[in-house]
Design a protein around this ligand. Structure first.
Ligand code: FPP
Length: 219
């Protein structure tokens, strides 16, 4: 969800207002994605590297996400959304962790869109954590294959993403879903995240529908 800061700076507003605007976008994109029949939506809300930002911004983001998780829970539950988290939850402030755990527990049985919040998430950290689990389970090296690694990621029941969208024109992947994105189709838009809307999601889906996926084979 890139470009919240730029959106705010362009309007001479504090960066946190950009994040607040990004939250509004997320709320409407989640609803629209669900209406369009998308089964899984994963958003990068806070990377393992984002702790390096100024304390005010980090604290503000943590509070915003905690409040959003609490405020939106009833609506998400009513809409059949299943909430999940990807990332090192034990390093999050306890209030936020509790809000996310409540969200996951309340919505665990829902059968609508699965909405996954990548928070304190890093793709490399996820692979490291998977390795630790594999070693901890005593699985011998000669029995480890790609399926073993995939089965020890944060959400092993999630399918690999068909489409990955990056906003604000960034042409890099910044440690997001490294393992899972091996064959994902990429869509980059110049729009900042607060400017992203239903039409832009339609455009991304349309672009995806026009791609030929080969998964390494011939078309
Ligand atoms: C990246 O833009 C965005 C973030 C680090 C935060 C994303 C968080 C939200 C959209 C808040 C709402 C989230 C939830 C789950 C309620 P940036 O700050 O890097 O923007 P810039 O690249 O323009 O500086």
């Amino acid at each position: 969800m890139d470009g919240n800061g730029r959106w705010a700076q362009k309007r001479s507003l504090p960066r946190l207002l950009g994040h607040r605007e990004g939250y509004k976008t997320l709320r409407s994109v989640l609803l629209y994605a669900s209406e369009r029949g998308i089964r899984y939506l994963t958003v990068y809300a806070f990377s393992a590297e984002n702790w390096r930002r100024p304390k005010d911004e980090v604290d503000g983001l943590m509070k915003l996400i905690e409040r959003a998780a609490r405020d939106e829970l009833r609506v998400m539950h009513r809409n059949g959304v299943r909430v999940r988290v990807a990332g090192r939850m034990d390093e999050l402030p306890s209030g936020l962790r509790q809000a996310l755990e409540d969200g996951m527990a309340t919505t665990a049985g829902n059968t609508g869109i699965t909405f996954t919040l990548a928070i304190n998430y890093g793709g490399r950290a996820e692979i490291v954590d998977a390795m630790k689990k594999i070693v901890g389970e005593g699985i011998p090296a000669d029995q480890i294959d790609e399926e073993t690694v995939a089965a020890h990621l944060y959400n092993p029941d999630h399918p690999e993403p068909d489409l990955m969208i990056r906003t604000a024109g960034e042409m890099r992947w910044s440690n997001f879903l490294l393992w899972q994105s091996a064959y994902s189709e990429l869509y980059v838009t110049e729009k900042t995240w607060p400017e992203f809307d239903d039409k832009e999601l339609d455009r991304a889906i349309e672009a995806f529908a026009g791609r030929t996926r080969k998964f390494g084979a011939l078309a």
